[in-house]
Design a binder for this molecule. Structure first.
Ligand code: PFF
Length: 464
């Protein structure tokens, strides 16, 4: 693995880059949707509890594996224990599959940013606009290719000059945008002819736990939603935190850094809820709050910005710029996980690996884009949804490979070696780690069991 000028300069650089990875599309289009669907505060409280138990266990484990072995995800597992080398192949496959389709979505975000920037909001308001755009030919392909080029450019420049420098610039801007837009959303109100709804009423709906009519089964499904979202959001089980961990300073405090990464990730997810749930409630009412994923971002939000009047153009442009930065810092980390593995597997230079993987990602990205026009099909998925090529990729990576990698990682650390391997790495500079006992129980029993339940539910075997 490369040294010199190719590791983070210190703890701050590492935290910004890793938080940049964690804060992504998942925070913006999935977290608010789950919160709205699962009784607001009930979801938030469950999520926070899981973050401090389940999430932190997985995050410190992966960062420690990376830093201890100083290898890419492909090799790191085999260095911990040769018999578990196979996990490395899966954990490299995950970012390899995710990168092209994440960049296709990144291209959509870039397109919407340019629409708002050019003052063409009224086009984007048309309910058919988004569908017509993604089923088109030239534009989605071009925006995807530009987006991959931007991602690859940062990777090409290396850890220090590329990833860290970019994170130091984009992350503060991202946080400022998030805070500014969220504060603005607290101040809005709208009268639709019959009632006036305010941002503060929306905040009430978002925050106050709504347990009316909630059964035990419903609560179980809130836990599963929160766990699935958390797992996706903190970028574990996809090689990223191992790759970044390998570039982390040996003197840095892993536990403290991991808690800070989680804090930033959750802070942005929470504020994403403020800037999405509040205006959707104010301008579209409670019925508007059932949209999720792409339709929430690309159909509901333009409607909301349009309803805001002239100021909506500016707020909308700022919003899509913020989403673009969030997506870019994530796709960079996804690509780095693949690049570091390719460099080690074939002894390629960073430049060569970046160019080859960039070309492969564009080629697969073309296939994903064509999935909405010439290659269109409707594929029923085991979790009950139907999807196109993008959803199929998403299903395999998130519902199958990621849980397998995460469960196998727990078994390797909990039983194949011992939790002491991770604890030693975390305390090697004399750092205090008060939760050694809890960590061991979590990684051996609780986390793999929870992951197994999540896996069975996401492939449709367990129904809740
Ligand atoms: N954690 C990032 C997000 O929430 O968008 C990055 C990411 C996670 C990308 C999982 C893709 C993915 F499947």
């Amino acid at each position: 693995m490369e040294k010199k000028n190719n590791s983070f300069s210190g703890t701050v650089g590492f935290i910004l880059a890793a938080a940049g990875s964690a804060i992504g599309l998942g925070n913006i289009w999935r977290f608010p949707y789950y919160a709205a669907k699962n009784g607001g505060g009930v979801f938030l409280a469950t999520y926070l509890f899981l973050l401090l138990t389940f999430g932190i266990t997985l995050l410190i484990t992966e960062i420690s594996i990376g830093r201890k072995t100083k290898h890419s995800p492909l090799k790191a597992y085999g260095v911990i224990h040769p018999r578990w080398r196979w996990i490395g192949i899966f954990s490299t496959l995950v970012p390899f599959i995710i990168l092209p389709y994440y960049c296709v979505i990144g291209g959509w975000v870039l397109k919407y940013f340019t629409v708002f920037l050019c003052g063409n909001l009224e086009h984007a308001v048309d309910p058919g606009y988004f569908g017509a755009y993604i089923t088109g030919m030239a534009q989605p392909l071009a925006f995807m290719a530009v987006y991959i080029f931007l991602t690859a450019f940062v990777i090409y420049r290396g850890i220090n000059e590329g990833i860290e420098k970019m994170s130091r610039i984009l992350m503060p801007i991202l946080l400022l945008l998030v805070i500014a837009i969220a504060i603005f959303c607290l101040t809005i109100s709208h009268n639709d002819g019959t009632v006036t709804r305010t941002g503060l009423e929306g905040l009430w709906i978002y925050l106050v736990p709504d347990i009316s009519g909630m059964t035990v089964g419903d609560f179980f499904s809130v836990i599963l939603d929160a766990m699935g979202q958390l797992f996706f959001s903190i970028s574990v089980a996809m090689g990223i935190m191992i790759a970044y961990g390998a570039y982390f300073d040996d003197c840095g405090n892993i536990f403290k850094s991991a808690t800070q990464i989680e804090f930033f990730d959750t802070f942005v997810a929470f504020l994403a809820g403020v800037m999405i749930i509040l205006p959707v409630y104010v301008f579209l009412g409670k019925e508007g709050m059932s949209a999720s994923g792409p339709s929430l971002l690309f159909v509901s939000m333009p409607k909301v910005f349009n309803a805001m009047g002239a100021v909506g153009h500016v707020v909308g442009a700022a919003f899509f710029l913020m989403v673009f930065f969030a997506a870019l810092t994530s796709s960079i980390s996804i690509m780095e996980a693949v690049i570091s593995s390719l460099m080690e597997a074939f002894s390629w230079s960073r430049e060569k690996a970046t160019i080859i993987e960039g070309i492969i990602a564009v080629a697969i990205g073309v296939l994903v884009c064509l999935g909405y026009n010439v290659l269109y099909f409707e594929m029923p998925l085991p979790n009950g949804a139907t999807g196109q090529i993008l959803d199929l990729f998403d299903f395999f990576s998130n519902n199958i490979f990621m849980p397998v990698v995460a469960i196998a990682t727990c078994l390797l650390i909990g039983w194949g070696v011992t939790p002491a391997v991770v604890i030693e790495e975390m305390t090697k500079n004399g750092e205090e780690f008060r939760f050694k006992g809890i960590y061991s129980v979590m990684i051996r029993f609780i986390v793999p069991l929870l992951l197994l339940i999540l896996f069975l539910q996401s492939v449709g075997i367990l129904k809740v």
